[in-house]
Every structure is written in structure tokens, then in C-alpha cells.
Design a protein around this ligand. Structure first.
Ligand code: CTP
Ligand code: MG
Length: 185
């Protein structure tokens, strides 16, 4: 398993997470409600427009990759492009993309319980939440699709551990500079 192929395969969750920042901001999922601790359930940073936009955006990128990316895949790996996404590509794209947004929501729930306001910095959690849940959902419901390569030696896991925070931070700095994001993390 080559590290470029790992990145390619993880495009739906990375993109889902990025698109949510663009489409998000309206209709908070928790509808403004607090828990007993006096803090918001999730906060204003987790909205329906972000969840739906990000999920659809991730699925859309997956279909672009599936339909137009086979030669690219074959240029940088031994993998047969047409077989990369398995038997049920839609299910895989959905799990990867929705998992990313779900991980981000679970992290927000946890941050609010720790009395952290929306947008507060929480370095490791913010960097890995989306990819971790994306992998977890796909491993659980993806009928073995992810297992065939994610546990194929150290390269896949190592690639994700190293590159995820770099990409995450890089994209967020750009988002911050162009005014899409309130914080550069
Ligand atoms: N966003 C959204 N809905 C989501 C995820 C993200 O609307 N499900 C949008 C929000 O506008 C959010 C921005 O993307 O402010 C950046 O996302 P993130 O950094 O995850 O949210 P924070 O504002 O930092 O909130 P939290 O502290 O809860 O992570
Ligand atoms: Mg944040």
C-alpha cells in the first residue's frame, strides 16, 4: 500500500470536513439546547448545513474519483482503478464522509463537557477526530473494504498519523486567511 493511495482513498473524509466549513453555519444541530452542566450540547459550530453539505461533498468527490480517477490511481499504484472502491462505492463514500462529520460532532460534544467554548483549541482531538470516526464507521459497516488495506503493514496507519494533522492544519490556515474560518486551527 502506497502512501499516495492512502491519501487518495481518504479524500472523501478530508473533503467532507473542508466542505462543512463552507456550507456550514446555519441551523445548529442541538437547536441551541444546553445539558445539565449549563453548556451547549454541541454548540453553534455544528450545524445541519455543515453536516449535510459536508456529507454530500465527500460523496461527490468520491464519485468524481471513481469515475475520472482510475488512470490517476494506476499511475501511482499497482491497484486496479476500477476495483479500488469495492462493490458498493456509494456505501463507502457515505461512511467515509458522514463518519468525518460525526467524529467532529462527537469531539464537540466532549469539548462542551470540558467547558470549552466553540472554536477553542484542542490540538490532537481536532486533528484526528474526523479521520478516526471515518475509519471506525467504515471498518464497522464497510463489509471489509477498509480492512484489506488499512492493516496492510505500517504505511497506511503511519501515513494517516503523520499527514492528517499537516493537511488539517494547512487547510484550516488557508480557510482562516480567506475568511471562511474564525480560527486557524
Ligand atoms: N461547521 C458546521 N457544521 C458542522 C461542522 C462544521 O457548520 N457539522 C462549520 C461551522 O461554521 C464551524 C466551522 O465549520 O464553525 C469550523 O468547524 P470546526 O472547527 O469543527 O468547529 P468550531 O467552530 O471550532 O466548533 P467546535 O469548538 O465545536 O469544534
Ligand atoms: Mg474548531
Amino acid at each position: 500500500m502506497n502512501f499516495l493511495l492512502v491519501l487518495w482513498t481518504m479524500m472523501p473524509p478530508y473533503i467532507a470536513n473542508t466542505i462543512a466549513v463552507i456550507t456550514g453555519g446555519r441551523f445548529p444541530i442541538d437547536q441551541g439546547a444546553n445539558l445539565n452542566d449549563g453548556n451547549r450540547i454541541l454548540g453553534d459550530g455544528k450545524t445541519w448545513t455543515g453536516l449535510i453539505g459536508g456529507t454530500l461533498g465527500g460523496i461527490f468527490i468520491g464519485f468524481l474519483q471513481l469515475n475520472y480517477g482510475n488512470t490517476i490511481v494506476e499511475n501511482f499504484s499497482e491497484t486496479e482503478g476500477e476495483q479500488l472502491w469495492g462493490e458498493n462505492p456509494f456505501v463507502i463514500f457515505f461512511l467515509l464522509a458522514f463518519g468525518a462529520l460525526l467524529g467532529d460532532m462527537v469531539a464537540s460534544f466532549y469539548k462542551r463537557r470540558k467547558n470549552l467554548d466553540r472554536g477553542a483549541k484542542y490540538p490532537l482531538l481536532d486533528m484526528y477526530d474526523f479521520i478516526a470516526m471515518s475509519l471506525l464507521l467504515t471498518i464497522t459497516f464497510g463489509e471489509g473494504w477498509l480492512q484489506t488495506w488499512i492493516f496492510d503493514g505500517f504505511i497506511p496507519i503511519f501515513t494517516l498519523l503523520i499527514l492528517t494533522p499537516i493537511l488539517h492544519r494547512g487547510v484550516n490556515i488557508i480557510g482562516f486567511r480567506i475568511g471562511l474560518k474564525n480560527e486557524p486551527w
